[in-house]
Ligand binder design. Structure first.
Ligand SMILES: Cc1cc2nc3c(=O)[nH]c(=O)nc-3n(C[C@H](O)[C@H](O)[C@H](O)COP(=O)(O)OP(=O)(O)OC[C@H]3O[C@@H](n4cnc5c(N)ncnc54)[C@H](O)[C@@H]3O)c2cc1C
Length: 51
């Protein structure tokens, strides 16, 4: 029997997606939901750079 709780992640942006991946990695399969069901183009490019 699996006694691990299901953890809900509301919002699957950068923070939510990262939290979901880390929960999964830690053995807690998350339930992720997002307000929008599809990714939408916002017309900008994103870059991730070390600070
Ligand atoms: C135009 C623009 C350009 C940017 N460019 C860069 C860049 O080049 N480099 C960089 O490092 N950062 C950039 N940023 C900042 C970066 O996008 C944010 O810092 C980052 O996305 C914040 O992550 P987050 O997970 O907190 O929020 P978000 O990524 O905004 O994710 C929040 C998610 O929650 C969902 N949500 C909201 N309310 C609900 C609800 N009630 N129920 C369910 N789901 C919900 C939303 O649909 C969204 O998917 C930019 C931001 C903008 C607006």
């Amino acid at each position: 029997m699996n006694n691990k709780p299901t953890i809900a992640v509301i919002g699957a942006g950068l923070g939510g997606a990262a939290a979901g991946a880390l929960l999964q990695q830690a053995g807690y399969p998350p339930r992720c939901t997002n307000r929008h069901q599809r990714l939408r183009a916002l017309g900008q490019a994103s870059t991730l750079a070390p600070t």
